[in-house]
Design a protein. Structure first.
Length: 201
């Protein structure tokens, strides 16, 4: 279901582009991206997504991406994260100067009779095939923060890398849940927007 949600979002969400709010130090190996509150979208099958300004769960507020000697870390602050049966996913896509692409999904909630509120990680290649990579993650429901650490060795030890960060989830009443999406890259951005190039310090 997660891959279907991400695919529908990527195909169906076409929004006007405005510049993201960025704050970084030089040289550019850190970036902080501030996202507006209340800018989530509800997916409607093949129809145009609908704005969902009252949806709090999964709404991204701030994302910090750091490129270090051994790893790239992505820390995201949400308006709200809850331990509830329906699932939530943080999706981080990384691409490098060599053209390598990795998608990292951290999924939490309850699905197919299983509960995994601490989150489980899936890492895949561009073609969707899984990658054996020692990604570490943490979900803090008290502070509404998730963090992902991707070893540089999983990315071929790149000179630079870019990231895009999404929040995808199924929330709402049990009989009629909604499918929602948000992007970390500022209000009303297309889902294919990338961070600046972050270079190894």
């Amino acid at each position: 279901m997660l891959r279907r949600l991400v695919a529908v979002a990527a195909l169906g969400l076409v929004l006007p582009v405005t510049a993201p709010v960025l704050a970084h130090a030089e040289p550019l190996n850190d970036v902080k991206i501030i996202d507006a509150r209340g800018d989530m979208w509800r997916l409607q099958n093949e129809a145009r997504p609908l704005a969902a300004p009252k949806q709090r769960r999964g709404d991204i507020r701030r994302t910090t991406i750091r490129h270090r000697q051994r790893a790239i870390t992505v820390r995201t602050k949400f308006v709200e994260l809850l331990r509830k049966p329906q699932f939530h996913a943080k999706v981080v896509v990384l691409r490098t100067n060599a053209g390598l692409l990795r998608e990292v999904n951290v999924v939490a909630g309850r699905f197919m009779g299983r509960s995994f509120y601490r989150g489980i990680v899936e890492v895949s290649r561009r073609n969707g095939r899984p990658v054996d990579c020692a990604v570490r993650h943490r979900i803090n429901y008290a502070t509404n923060v998730t963090a992902i650490r991707v070893p540089r060795s999983c990315l071929g030890n790149p000179r630079w890398a870019q990231a895009k960060v999404l929040s995808v989830g199924v929330y709402g009443a049990r009989r009629s849940p909604g499918e929602f999406v948000d992007t970390a890259h500022g209000p009303h951005h297309r889902l294919n927007d990338w961070s600046p190039r972050l270079r190894r310090p």
